[in-house]
Design a binder for this molecule. Sequence first.
Ligand SMILES: Nc1ncnc2c1ncn2[C@@H]1O[C@H](COP(=O)(O)OP(=O)(O)OP(=O)(O)O)[C@@H](O)[C@H]1O
Length: 313
Amino acid sequence: MVRVCPTSQSDAAESSSFLKVDPRKKQITIMDPSTNQTPSAASQKRAGANHIPPKMFTFDAAFPPDASQAEVCAGTVAEVIQSVVNGADGCIFCFGHSKLGKSYTMIGRDDSLQTLGIIPCAISWLFKLINERKEKTGARFSVRVSAVEVWGKEENLKDLLSEVATGSLQDGQSPGVYLCEDPICGMQLQNQSELRAPTPEKAAWFLDAAIAARHSSQWSNTTEEEHRNSHMLFTLHIYQYRMEKTSKGGMSGGRSRLHLLDLGSCDVKALGGGGGKSRENSSPSSAPLCLSLSALGNVILALVNGSKHIPYK
Ligand SMILES: Nc1ncnc2c1ncn2[C@@H]1O[C@H](COP(=O)(O)OP(=O)(O)OP(=O)(O)O)[C@@H](O)[C@H]1O
């Protein structure tokens, strides 16, 4: 899916000369701006000689600059939530360079209901669907929340809910969150706090607490680079149980997870095409450490195909 971020009025005229979004056809067309101006016949002839045909890309959804948060949430969340309540794991994240609106899309602003992002929307929809399922099937559900930040060049891990869980600052003595290779499930985060959220309000409260505990929110002198290298992994763990109707009775059920990621910016020097200012200005030492979109695609493909080797870096 692709969301085109809004631009200033002066830039909007420029971008409409080379970019067209068709939400109905779920297509983005990129045109050569020189062929879209109204040139004189002579220059038209000249341009015709070097005419670059428009390039069209089709997505699962295409959201134009004026798409509302509600439209983006409806287009992204509904299907994933259904799968998660049906027992599969799901993940939603935004990828793009700096100041594109990734955090706005994932978290949004809490000044009005219209500006809430995907994570608060997913919390609300998840509980709504769970309540429907409870009524329909009699299944029992329990929702837990965890939140971890990956920050800095060293990719430090921080349990964003440990303070809420223990009521005190992490003492530095406890092992904290760490990564561990599981022979069956692959690389897993271990030891993060997983807190019970019986209501959507409680889950939303944990989200607020996690955002406030982020390294990038806590220190007023956080540099632009530190902000770029801060990623939040907010996970809703859904446990469900059902009484078996067989004569033997017993319980069946399991756990599924919905991972909602607010990634920092993903400017990579080597990434070709359409660069933002930050990419042009960044020195090799300040270049963020994240993968390019195509490298991330390879990681996802390897995970989906169950490959033994996952090309993390
Ligand atoms: N669709 C939108 N409508 C209104 N405001 C938006 C929209 N998208 C982004 N913004 C605003 O643009 C600014 C930058 O957005 P945001 O911080 O979400 O970008 P980002 O991609 O997460 O940046 P970074 O990579 O630096 O973390 C914010 O002030 C945000 O509120």
